[in-house]
Design a protein around this ligand. Structure first.
Ligand SMILES: NC(=O)c1ccc[n+]([C@@H]2O[C@H](COP(=O)([O-])OP(=O)(O)OC[C@H]3O[C@@H](n4cnc5c(N)ncnc54)[C@H](OP(=O)(O)O)[C@@H]3O)[C@@H](O)[C@H]2O)c1
Length: 350
């Protein structure tokens, strides 16, 4: 069997870092060879540095690995990054500069015009922006990002409809899980029995990222999707899974059964290429009147499938429906691993 590609995880001890370790434990192409986090964790065995918060055990081999400093010296050439945006803004370019393929989760580089913001099912062609990056020209390094955890579920649900009927306007109201705030995240006294109608910078990210993801690649830049978009974001006392109430107006007339068929038959490059983390069905429409719900539906397709339900006419725009997506799998680590698989399939990982 050919040997696996060694990969590193920046921010390995956090909520998303842990999901990376889980997603890569039995990966057929990649093997975790390096872990890095802050000064607090540096030099410690991973099992001691991380407050492991997942239901599966820490893989034995990873538990014993020593956490390295967050510097490109000695790091492998493929890096998954799960750092806070402020730290990512300083550290991520250093890795791309040093010749690494940087596959990032944070918002630091997402809206930079030469950095692809990618969902492989939706806009895998945007990966070609890599060839315009200065890092690529200087050191062969580059950066690719995945979207914010609320934007990704929304765009997975919008893409099949946009393809067939063209979006004109989108209104999104989110109910976002506490795991989206990292660990320890929101204080229990703030969130238990409560809803917090504010998540810093989240609405702006959803609005601009949705239009970049559904935009057209034009040479060295992306022309944003030509539709109006407004988001309102709320934090709710749910562990995992962001639920969203969406209303849309379309440029072409659509029947409800045509919209449902567009979701249920949606397949794209990751499914054709059989990428290891690609779900068989990227979007599934649930017929029951009271679904999707995070408690029952968040793990569909091993957390990589977006569940949609409750399609009905909207009294203000054309249609409304509910979307559910796993925020730390499809919304973070799973999204980045799928991006890396697409990069490998397209020959960008050497
Ligand atoms: N949670 C989600 O659902 C989600 C979804 C999509 C995207 N994201 C994004 O992913 C990133 C990570 O989120 P998270 O939820 O995993 O956060 P988190 O649980 O707070 O983890 C943060 C990680 O960054 C490390 N870190 C902090 N300061 C550092 C420094 N100065 N140098 C190097 N490493 C440092 C921490 O290491 P120590 O343990 O040593 O402090 C930890 O490993 C954020 O940009 C977030 O916006 C999160």
């Amino acid at each position: 069997m050919p040997s696996k590609l060694p990969v590193g995880i920046l921010g390995a001890t956090g909520i998303v870092g842990q999901r990376f370790i889980q997603a890569l434990e039995h990966h057929p192409w990649f093997e975790v060879a390096w872990l890095a986090a802050s000064d607090r964790s540096e030099g410690k065995p991973y099992a001691e540095a991380a407050r492991w918060r997942l239901k599966t055990a820490i893989p034995d081999r990873v538990a014993k690995m020593t956490v390295s400093p967050a510097s490109p010296n000695g790091a492998p050439k493929i890096i998954f990054a799960a750092l806070d945006a402020a730290i990512a803004r300083e550290l991520e370019p250093q890795f791309a500069d040093a010749g690494c393929a940087l596959v990032s989760n944070s918002s630091a580089l997402r809206m930079q015009s030469d950095v692809p913001l990618v969902i492989p099912e939706v806009n895998g062609d945007h990966i070609a922006l890599i060839d315009h990056q200065t890092w690529r020209k200087n050191s062969r390094g580059f950066a690719v990002t995945n979207p914010n955890c609320s934007a990704i579920g929304l765009v997975m649900a919008l893409a099949p409809i946009h393809q067939a009927f063209e979006l004109d306007a989108v209104l999104a109201v989110t109910m976002q899980a506490v795991s989206g705030a990292g660990y320890p995240g929101v204080a229990s006294l703030d969130i238990l029995g409560n809803v917090i109608p504010f998540i810093k910078n989240e609405e702006e990210k959803m609005e601009e990222e949705t239009r970049k993801l559904l935009g057209q690649l034009n040479g060295s830049k992306v022309i944003p999707g030509p539709f109006a978009m407004s988001a309102q974001c709320n934090r709710v006392a749910v562990e995992d899974g962001h639920t969203e109430s969406i209303s849309i107006r379309l440029k072409k007339k659509a029947k409800p059964e045509e919209i449902i068929e567009a979701w249920n038959t949606y397949r794209a490059e990751p499914q054709e290429l059989k990428l290891p983390s690609a779900p068989e069905r990227p979007v599934i429409y649930l017929d029951a009147a009271d679904r999707p719900q995070p408690r029952f539906d968040v793990d569909m397709g091993a957390g990589m499938t977006t569940a949609v339900g409750r399609l009905r006419p909207c009294g203000v725009l054309d249609w409304k429906f509910t979307v559910l997506s796993h925020n730390t799998i499809r919304g973070a680590a799973g999204a980045a691993v799928l991006n890396a698989e697409l990069l490998k399939a397209k020959g960008y990982l050497g």
